[in-house]
Write a protein that binds this ligand. Structure first.
Ligand SMILES: C[S@@+](CC[C@H](N)C(=O)[O-])C[C@H]1O[C@@H](n2cnc3c(N)ncnc32)[C@H](O)[C@@H]1O
Length: 456
């Protein structure tokens, strides 16, 4: 059969899931990506795009469903860009993620043999997020629409009544924000003209403390107009401990402001994790799944094999969660982080928890590592939790030169994990084991911990 053409209708068996969660079917080796299809489905599809090496197709009818297919519980599923795997049973989601990690490490990293430990599934597969960022747009007559972007349509926002990834308290808060903003007829920002006020709302919740935070991102420092909204929110939802206003007067459609005003309560909420209490402010990074983050960090801690006398280096330390948790089992911990705000949070969190054996160093890993080496710091153990892009080549080279005995790599991107671990193995490390941890059920995001040891 010739390569399918745009507009062709054909029958397809889905045999895999792609990185982003689309089904993969093949016609004589030619790959078709099919959104909404899962492995094991037999579907009739229409080809909507036919490139030379792969194409895309849309489901016309589901001829025979996969045994792993389940009913997606969310009414926005398929339209909302939030979760893409709700139609796949949880065990099949876990198997998919485990396979992605294995495939990346062997294909991209050229790695093997190593132990791939079973993926650590999440106990809560819905309602697990402690932070959600919503966009505010003009809605009905009396209320703004507040919700999430439609999949692949950055200009369309779905007015979300209930998001199944956050708790019912947060859903109540989301609804109340709509009511309060509507009752006061606050103008919503218009991206095209730049007129209006309200732009985004980020909701956060300390899952262990039940403290809630609302961060309203607006186009102007309208403290007077927004304070009654904050008061209304606290009256209706008593767990609200913090309402802040971040001002973004620029065109860029981002939920980050250039200045912050406190509207009500404290400028942060608290969350407890691993026996420590963290202060989380509106612009702080904090792991979004508290329960699974605790389990992820337990895997990291076990991987470090600390006896108490070690110097530990925590690269890409963020607000210091890993540093502070491991400080209890180390002689001294150095955290390295580029964001000054995150460093300030880490220092504040160390103080609040009475931890005195941590030093947080601001700067990029590739510049800070050589300085540390020049200063004679020789850590036995290095933990690294880089962003999706993984290590900068110079940072990786500096790490291999530093040559710690044990290396624990926490990754949110199996492709860059594979690339970096492949490099480290070529520079004298052995990959011992990898354990994926599911931090984000219903989404294709994959987290994994890799343990490497310097070959003698
Ligand atoms: C995945 S987060 C780490 C989170 C941290 N382990 C925690 O749980 O709080 C990655 C961090 O790397 C930081 N970062 C990004 N590029 C960096 C660089 N070149 N050097 C140092 N830090 C960097 C980001 O600001 C972010 O805080």
């Amino acid at each position: 059969m010739a390569k399918p053409r745009r507009g062709d209708t054909l029958d397809l068996t889905i045999d895999d899931l792609a990185f982003g969660g689309e089904g993969v079917g093949r016609v004589e080796g030619y790959v078709l990506f099919v959104r909404g299809a899962v492995p094991g489905d037999r579907v009739r599809v229409k080809v909507v795009e036919a490139r030379s090496r792969f194409g895309r197709a849309a489901i016309e009818s589901l001829e025979s469903p996969s045994p792993d297919r389940v009913e997606a519980p969310c009414p926005y599923f398929g339209r909302c860009g939030g979760c893409r795997l709700q139609h796949l049973s949880y065990p099949a989601q876990l198997a998919f993620k485990e396979k992605q990690v294995r495939d990346c490490l062997t294909r991209i990293g050229g790695l093997g043999p190593f132990e791939l430990r079973p993926i650590l599934g999440a106990p809560d597969i819905y309602g697990y997020r402690n932070k959600m960022e919503f966009t505010i747009v003009r809605g009905g007559v009396d209320k703004p629409a507040i919700g999430l972007h439609q999949a692949d349509r950055y200009d369309v926002v779905l007015d979300i009544e209930r998001c199944l990834l956050q708790s019912e308290t947060m859903n109540g808060l989301l609804d109340e924000l709509r009511v309060q903003a509507g009752a006061r007829r606050l103008p919503v920002y218009d991206q095209a003209s730049g007129d209006g006020l309200l732009r985004f709302a980020t909701l956060r919740e300390g899952r262990r403390t039940a403290e809630a935070m609302v961060n309203i991102v607006a186009a102007a420092p309208a403290v007077e107009a927004l304070t009654p909204v904050a008061e209304g929110l606290r009256t209706r939802v008593p767990s609200v401990a913090s309402v802040v206003l971040n001002v973004n007067a620029k065109k860029a459609s981002v939920a980050v402001g250039s200045e912050e005003h406190l509207l009500l309560g404290r400028d942060h909420i608290r969350e407890s994790l691993g026996g420590l209490t963290f202060q989380v402010s509106a612009n702080s990074f904090f792991q979004t799944n508290t329960v699974q983050a605790e389990r992820l960090f337990a895997v990291v801690e076990a991987a470090c094999e600390l006896e108490g006398h070690e110097t530990l280096l925590d690269l890409y330390s963020g607000t210091g969660a890993i540093s502070l948790l491991l400080a209890r089992r180390s002689r001294w911990v150095y955290g390295v982080e580029v964001s000054a705000a995150a460093i300030a949070d880490a220092v504040r969190n160390a103080r609040a928890n009475g931890i005195e054996n941590c030093t947080f160093l601001p700067g990029e890993v590739r510049y800070v590592l050589p300085t540390l080496m020049r200063d004679g710091v020789r850590p036995e153990v290095v933990v690294a939790d880089p962003p999706r892009a993984g290590f900068h080549p110079k940072a990786l080279h500096a790490l291999a030169t530093l040559g710690p005995a044990r290396l624990v790599y926490v990754s949110c991107n199996p492709a860059t994990l594979a690339r970096d671990v492949g490099d480290l193995v070529r520079q004298g490390y052995r990959l011992e084991w990898v354990e994926p941890v599911d931090m984000f059920p219903q989404t294709p995001h994959i987290e994994a911990v890799a343990r490497l040891r310097r070959a003698q």
